[in-house]
Design a protein around this ligand. Structure first.
Ligand code: BG6
Ligand code: MG
Length: 214
């Protein structure tokens, strides 16, 4: 039986992916770069700096580092405004019952999100108290490298083989798999075909499901 569950945040715990997209779209528009929801799929799970770089590469735009810093700050300010109204109602279906059941059954929980806004989001949604540890994205190599999930397991005092990882992004799923962690992919099974288990939505995450993973 597994002993720990390591969660991605955006797109697994809260439906914030559309906010990231809206905030980046405005940056791209200002640079004259057309991005759409399909392109946005490739940004999921990707940290702030690399997301901007992907947009710039897509539009063949080269910028100085200080201009990139300015654009990242501007994007994050826009994103934070969009997060203003975030509360318990923003939690994805079934997630609160799922994590509360896991806690009650003795599972250890960690967060492995690329987002520097993760602690704020967990506070706003009232979920912070459920998590034993948060792996800091700044201290390790970004997804798709396995580091943040390995760090999550280490913080929980568990072997990666004792953990389950949950992701909605292609890059994040690669990180879980390369960490040697059992992976659950939430969303499009075609994009997430490398997952050990695919679920259409967070609705299907249950304690029983985790208990049955060997
Ligand atoms: C990931 C999101 O969880 O966090 C990405 O999927 C986002 O879209 C990344 O770019 C970094 O987030 P933030 O909040 O630090 O800009
Ligand atoms: Mg995600």
């Amino acid at each position: 039986m597994k002993k720990g569950v390591i969660f991605d945040l955006d797109g697994v715990i809260v439906d914030t992916a559309p906010f990231h997209y809206l905030a980046w779209k405005e940056t791209a528009d200002k640079l004259g770069i057309q991005i759409d929801e399909e392109f946005n799929e490739s940004l999921k799970g990707i940290d702030r700096y690399n997301s901007l770089q992907k947009i710039l590469d897509f539009g063949n735009v080269v910028l100085e580092e200080d201009e990139k810093e300015r654009l990242m700050k501007e994007k994050n300010d826009r994103y934070l405004k969009l997060l203003d109204g975030l509360n318990k109602d923003s939690i994805l279906p079934g997630i609160e019952v799922f994590i509360s059941d896991l806690k009650k059954s003795g599972y250890k929980l960690a967060l492995a999100s690329a987002s520097k806004n993760a602690p704020l989001i967990l506070k706003k949604t009232g979920l912070l108290e459920y998590f034993d540890n948060i792996a800091e994205p700044g201290s390790v190599r970004a997804k798709p490298f396995p580091d943040i999930f390995q760090k999550g397991a280490e913080l929980l005092g568990l072997d990666t083989a004792e953990c389950v990882g949950i992701e909605d992004s292609y890059a994040g799923l690669q990180a879980i798999n390369d960490a040697g962690i059992y992976s659950i992919g939430i969303g499009d099974a075609k994009i997430l075909s490398a997952a050990d288990m695919n679920l259409k939505s967070t609705d299907f995450l249950t304690l029983e499901l985790i208990n049955n993973i060997v």
